[in-house]
Write a protein that binds this ligand. Structure first.
Ligand code: AP5
Ligand code: MG
Length: 210
């Protein structure tokens, strides 16, 4: 099962991805996570990516596509994978088609009015990447899963969030039409349901593709 998770910044892609990959046993490939790991390790790709991510812009397609193409050739992707945050442009989607096929695109639709609060309140585990929101942490500063320290992403501030949203509307939202026309999209609403309820809805649909 080869899956794409599509949605605006803060729609809940990472939150659902960790549940889907645990449930169906497939690697969770987040281009955002790959860039952040490169930034942490101060690689050449990391330095380049940081200059775009800090401004809320997309990292150039050629760099991003090459990373994904290489990652999908790894052994753990042989029986399926879950792409989170890729593709993000029609150009990336066309490149992806040249090196693999996609069974289903899970699109999480979201009320944009919620996004700033969601993203600015997000906390992420430095060790395992698990995602939380301050509203449910009750003051805890460590990860429930691995006890790692929680931190705030550098791009989760109101100014950068607004830019990421603008970029989403201009460059990523056209993918909804693109995959609708290909007949592979499944739409979900990430606005009202808590993560566990949304996951049950997604799980039910993905069961049909096994
Ligand atoms: P990336 O890391 O992918 O960020 P993003 O797309 O902006 O998405 P987020 O990770 O912010 O949101 P999410 O949908 O995963 O939400 P989450 O589950 O965490 O990319 C970062 C940057 O890298 C980009 O801006 C770009 O520069 C670069 N990049 C990455 N991929 C690229 C590509 N393909 N091409 C070019 N550049 C690329 O949830 C958010 C919060 O909401 C959390 O606090 C969570 O607890 C809460 N929440 C989640 N679900 C619910 C729910 N159902 N109800 C209530 N709260 C919820
Ligand atoms: Mg994410």
């Amino acid at each position: 099962m080869n899956i794409i998770l599509l949605g605006a910044p803060g729609a809940g892609k990472g939150t659902q991805a960790s549940r889907i990959s645990r449930r169906f046993g497939m690697p969770h490939i987040s281009t955002g996570d790959i860039f952040r790991a490169n930034i942490k390790n101060q690689t050449e790709i990391g330095l380049l990516a940081k200059s775009y991510i800090d401004k809320g812009q997309l990292v150039p397609d050629d760099v991003t596509c090459k990373i994904v193409e290489n990652r999908l050739q790894e052994e753990d992707c042989k029986n399926g994978f879950l792409l989170d945050g890729f593709p993000r442009t029609v150009n990336q989607a066309e490149a992806l088609e040249r090196f693999t096929h996609i069974d289903v695109v899970v699109n999480i639709d979201i009320d944009f009015a919620l996004l700033t609060a969601r993203l600015c309140g997000r906390r992420v585990c430095k060790e395992c990447g698990e995602t939380y929101h301050v509203s449910t942490l009750n003051g805890k500063t460590n990860c429930e899963k691995c006890n790692g320290e929680l931190h705030q992403r550098a791009d989760d501030n109101p100014e950068t969030v607004q830019k990421r949203l603008d970029v989403y509307l201009a460059q990523t939202a056209p993918l909804i039409k693109y995959y609708t026309e290909k007949g592979v999209i499944k739409n979900f609403t990430g606005t009202d349901e808590p993560p566990e309820v949304l996951f049950q809805q997604i799980e039910k649909v993905l069961e049909e593709y096994r």
